[in-house]
Write a protein that binds this ligand. Structure first.
Ligand SMILES: N[C@@H](CCC[C@H](N)C(=O)O)C(=O)O
Length: 276
């Protein structure tokens, strides 16, 4: 089986092209592929399949030719992966499965169709609008962090750090605790601190993330979107751009005058090969 490896700000993926939907990837196979010692190593798998050829994608086949079948590194399925969409689009372009044009490339996901636009080394995606909807808390060891729940198609809990606590002081080797009543299917947890103002954006924050199904990752696109939405709301801004710095690099979240939410950042393919 042929594979390609890619990443978006260090959130890395094994990409498997299965245009006609002939592959039945099990959770165990995904976990094996993603294992960093015994496999290729990745935060997740992107299966590239024609929407019409996949049960979950078929309903969107009229709007998007390609369906991103995303799996976390533990083999679980997630509805959305913002960095995944960007790397998926980079793959479509590199493999000649889609052409870059002014109107963008529609990509079907379990959270609906999103639109990706390639601009040099950056890929920006018109994401589904984030919905900020409830208060919650996360815990790491003895520490409790108040946060806010955000639905980006997949679930997020955005927690601001308090009392001058540094992001680097958090121990994210173990999964943080969260309210299972609020998040019955698990949650991605973002920890956020303000960062020094930048001339080119309205707001600037730094974050770390503990992802459902993948553990701490260097970046999470949907997490950055959730963080951007909360930062704009807290600043009382109806529109604007937020620079979100993650351990793997910078993503930018923009809420524009047409009420669209954009996620922008680099997406890179780094290797390809054969599984033996
Ligand atoms: N890293 C992704 C999010 C992947 C899915 C997440 N772990 C979940 O289970 O919801 C991103 O870039 O958005």
């Amino acid at each position: 089986m042929h594979f390609t490896k890619g990443h978006g700000t260090g959130n890395d993926f094994v990409i498997i092209e299965d245009a006609d939907g002939e592959l039945d990837l099990t959770a165990a196979q995904v976990a094996d592929l993603c294992h960093r010692r015994f496999g290729i190593g990745a935060d997740g798998v992107l299966r590239v399949v024609r929407a019409a050829k996949d049960q979950a994608g078929a309903g969107m086949a009229g709007e998007a030719e390609w369906f991103m079948d995303y799996r976390n590194s533990d083999g679980s399925i997630a509805e959305m992966c913002g960095n995944g969409v960007r790397v998926f689009t980079r793959y479509l372009l590199a493999a000649g499965l889609a052409a870059s044009g002014d109107s963008g490339i529609p990509v079907a996901t379990r959270a609906g169709v999103v639109l990706a636009v390639a601009e040099g080394d950056q890929i920006r995606v018109h994401m589904r609008s984030p919905r900020v909807y409830a208060a919650g808390t996360a815990t790491t060891g003895p520490l409790t962090f108040p946060g806010v729940a955000v639905d980006c198609g997949n679930p997020h809990l955005v927690c601001g750090l308090h009392d001058g606590l540094a992001l680097s002081s958090l121990d994210l080797h173990m999964p943080p605790g969260f309210d299972k009543g609020l998040f019955p299917h698990g949650v991605n947890i973002e920890f956020v601190v303000p960062a020094a103002p930048l001339p080119e954006t309205d707001l600037h924050v730094e974050m770390r993330v503990y992802e459902r199904g993948s553990g701490e990752t260097l970046s999470c696109g949907s997490g950055a979107l959730a963080v951007g939405a909360v930062a704009l709301r807290d600043a009382g801004l109806a529109m604007g751009t937020v620079a979100v710095d993650l351990p793997g690099g910078r993503l930018t979240v923009t809420h524009d005058e047409e009420d669209r939410w954009w996620l922008t950042g680099p997406a890179v393919l780094v290797a390809s090969g054969e599984l033996i």
